[in-house]
Write a protein that binds this ligand. Structure first.
Ligand SMILES: [Zn+2]
Ligand SMILES: [Zn+2]
Length: 365
């Protein structure tokens, strides 16, 4: 078993990746070694690269990013749950199955989430490479806890399954697991990138009546309409709150979903939701970000504000819930996929995500 791999390294102050050779560490007793077949590039890794998510403060460079992928187990520790040859999806959110949160129905808050970044291996100069997100999927091979991988028994393409661990669970999970709109309900989605477009797809499949997409980029408004939005709102055309109210008999939407990765999108999702409605938040902007809600509206107006860490995923349930939607053709997957490029071209992949020219660029090979 070769212990060397290629990985996209991020160094302190870098604005680009450098693809280098890493000598992998030996797997611990409950780790598996996974050959990455495809990894979805996440916009949050652009935020991480530019230092917004707290990496500079942690002082753990060099690092490998990436947290949503599919691959095959090739090796593992003595107690690892999955043997070599198992096809698995990878997510940044672990499910240890034993902590208070895992046992009380809150697997998305497993106490093994946000643990100090584990080591993937060493560079040729001897420096240790760490994995924030504990996944390290922007590599050809990674060493990962078996509580972050789940076997898949579908023959769906790698680039589809690569999106499961972040975009699909974060977007479709926010609707199906957290907001849970009833058939016929009105829904507003603020921000139509990867997460917002998955939200729209899930809202359509679950029978939402009116699905309003608020998005400044024309190409993304077109995609929103393609995957199920009944109405699209360009914030440049005037007060988007007025536009949403005009479409919902003056009340605001029954369900507000934030997927804009900005403070504005969080506040707008709240403001565009009717009194007594349900607001679901997914954005994480900076580690020290704060948002303002009018206390009168928050305390006395009956809106139910819900946090949606990775769509409050429960990966076994969500694989069983969402993959049949993909298999049966209920989801427009092509609308979600960007270019598929090898690891060596990760800077082009980064540019496609950063410049928002592609929804989900894929790294494969
Ligand atoms: Zn992500
Ligand atoms: Zn747990």
């Amino acid at each position: 078993m070769t212990t060397k791999t290629r990985a996209a390294i991020v160094r302190d102050g870098a604005t680009a990746f450098s693809v280098e050779t890493v000598t992998l560490r030996d797997p611990g007793p409950r780790d598996v070694v996974v050959d990455i077949a495809a990894s979805a590039f996440c916009y949050s890794d652009w935020l991480a690269l530019r230092g917004d998510t707290g990496l500079p403060e942690l002082g753990i460079y060099p690092v490998v990013l990436g947290h949503s992928a599919v691959g095959t187990v090739v090796d593992g520790g003595a107690d690892a749950r999955y043997p070599a040859g198992t096809r698995v999806v990878i997510s940044a959110t672990p499910e240890c199955g034993e902590c208070f949160w895992c046992r009380s129905g809150h697997k998305d808050q497993c106490e093994m989430l946000f643990v100090p970044a584990p080591v993937l291996g060493t560079l040729d100069d001897g420096s240790e490479v760490r994995m924030p997100g504990a996944s390290g999927t922007y590599a050809q091979r990674t060493v990962i806890r078996d509580m972050q991988v789940w076997p898949v028994h579908h023959d769906l393409p790698d680039e589809w399954l690569a999106m499961m661990g972040c975009g699909i669970v974060s977007g479709m999970g926010a609707v199906a697991n957290v907001a849970r709109p009833e058939p016929g309900a009105s829904v507003v989605v603020v921000g139509c990138g990867q997460v917002g477009l998955w939200m729209i797809q899930a809202a359509r499949i679950l029978g939402a009546g009116r699905i309003i997409a608020v998005e400044p980029i024309a190409a993304r408004r077109a995609l929103a309409a393609r995957v199920g939005a009944t109405d699209v709102v360009d914030p440049a055309d005037g007060d988007p709150g007025e536009a949403v109210r005009a479409l919902t008999e003056g009340r605001g939407a029954d369900y507000g979903l934030d997927a804009g990765a900005t403070i504005d999108s969080v506040q707008q999702a709240f403001a565009f939701t009717r009194l007594g409605g349900v607001v679901t938040l997914t954005s994480y902007v900076r580690r020290d970000s704060r948002v303002d809600f009018p206390l009168f509206d928050l305390a006395l107006r009956g809106r139910d504000v819900r946090s949606s860490q990775s769509g409050r995923l429960d990966m076994r349930r969500d694989l069983a819930q969402f993959l049949p939607w993909l298999q049966r053709g209920l989801v427009d997957v092509d609308a979600m996929l960007g270019g598929i490029r090898p690891l060596d071209r990760i800077d082009e992949t980064l540019a496609a995500a950063r410049d928002r020219t592609e929804v989900t660029p894929i790294i494969a090979g």
